[in-house]
Design a protein around this ligand. Structure first.
Ligand code: ZN
Length: 328
């Protein structure tokens, strides 16, 4: 039986008003201490940490006056990359389970109202965990699925089922859903997102990973998802030009990926590793980090620096901003 809600007495109202005022004063004092702490270097928490406690997305780092941005969003031990070109946006993967609302907040803060394209590299939870929330919050023009037919014995997870369900609603609203095919090109503003490989026939879902290259404003970035050795081998065999300015480390920096031959073909200037702090997989693996260092590329890590944002200024200059300083 529902409990009857009684009318509050004057005394109760006075107490609740004072409690509200006290809470507001406490919050104000807390804000002052954190802000002053950041300014003077006191040992107080940083805003990024405070935001993390309350589940608020890291505010995207400030960007330049240019038209091209790539946000490697800190989604813990998972992947989610936002691309902006002009006033159009694309998303590659959607972070982990339980992170959907935070990812949606990040995208909204970054200015996203509509997604020109979404790529799901492969159906593991650390790549599609937040996909249902993304699909429920933003209209999508084109959705690229991995070729699920390449997988022997594909097991359907709850999050994959919810993603496919949310996609049905998108399709009813005009979204084009296609399985990735090599050579497929999608325009994002004045940039191009090109499918270089649509996975390989496999019984390992990582090797379903759709490999794409984004190019705009003289900046290019290669994404290989969690593709392992067989994907990299096939990519090298079919794609004559793998050169890219930015390489998103394969499989969060695992030794199963990031082979020397691939790195030699990509010759990246920057390598971004998307992984969680103290993750149980030990990503990025030490051997892979050594390989990355040998390329001479600048290495960025979401576990140490939070979200990593690249932007191209109108004069063509590329800048990198991170939510936190390394080692914070
Ligand atoms: Zn992964």
């Amino acid at each position: 039986m529902a409990r009857r809600r009684g009318r509050r007495t004057k005394k109760q109202e006075r107490v609740s008003r004072y409690a509200g005022l006290a809470l507001a004063a406490l919050l104000f004092a807390f804000c002052c201490v954190v802000t002053a702490g950041e300014h003077y270097g006191w040992p107080t928490p940083r805003w990024s940490e405070v935001e993390a406690w309350f589940g608020v997305a890291d505010a995207p780092a400030a960007v330049t006056d240019g038209d091209t941005e790539l946000h490697f969003i800190d989604v813990g031990q998972a992947d989610a990359t936002l691309i902006r070109q002009g006033d159009e946006y694309a998303l590659i993967d959607a972070g982990d389970l339980g992170g959907g609302d935070r990812l949606v907040e990040y995208l909204k803060t970054a200015g996203v109202q509509r997604l020109r394209c979404v790529v799901m590299t492969h159906p593991h939870a650390d790549h599609i965990g937040g996909m249902p929330e993304v699909l429920q919050n933003f209209p999508v023009d084109e959705f690229i699925l991995p070729d699920l037919g390449l997988m022997k014995n594909l097991s359907t997870s709850d999050v994959l089922a919810r993603t496919l369900e949310a996609l049905k609603d998108q399709q009813e609203n005009g979204c084009t859903v296609t399985a990735a095919a090599r050579g497929q090109e999608i325009k994002v503003g004045a940039g191009t997102l090109k499918v270089l490989l649509a996975g390989v026939e496999t019984d390992n879902a990582n090797d379903l990973s759709v490999c794409v290259k984004f190019s705009a404003d003289g900046l290019s970035c290669l994404f290989t998802g969690d593709g392992e050795g067989p994907v990299e081998k096939e990519l090298l065999a079919v794609e004559p030009n793998l050169r890219a300015d930015i390489f998103q480390a394969g499989h969060h920096g695992s030794t199963t990926s990031n082979g020397k031959k691939l790195l030699a073909a990509v010759r990246p200037q920057y390598i971004v590793i998307s992984c969680g702090q103290d993750n149980s997989y030990g990503h990025p693996h030490a051997e892979v980090l050594r390989r990355f260092e040998q390329t001479g590329a600048e290495i960025c890590r979401t576990d140490q620096q939070g979200s990593v944002v690249f932007s191209v200024a109108k004069n063509g200059e590329v800048s990198v901003r991170t939510a936190r300083e390394s080692g914070d």
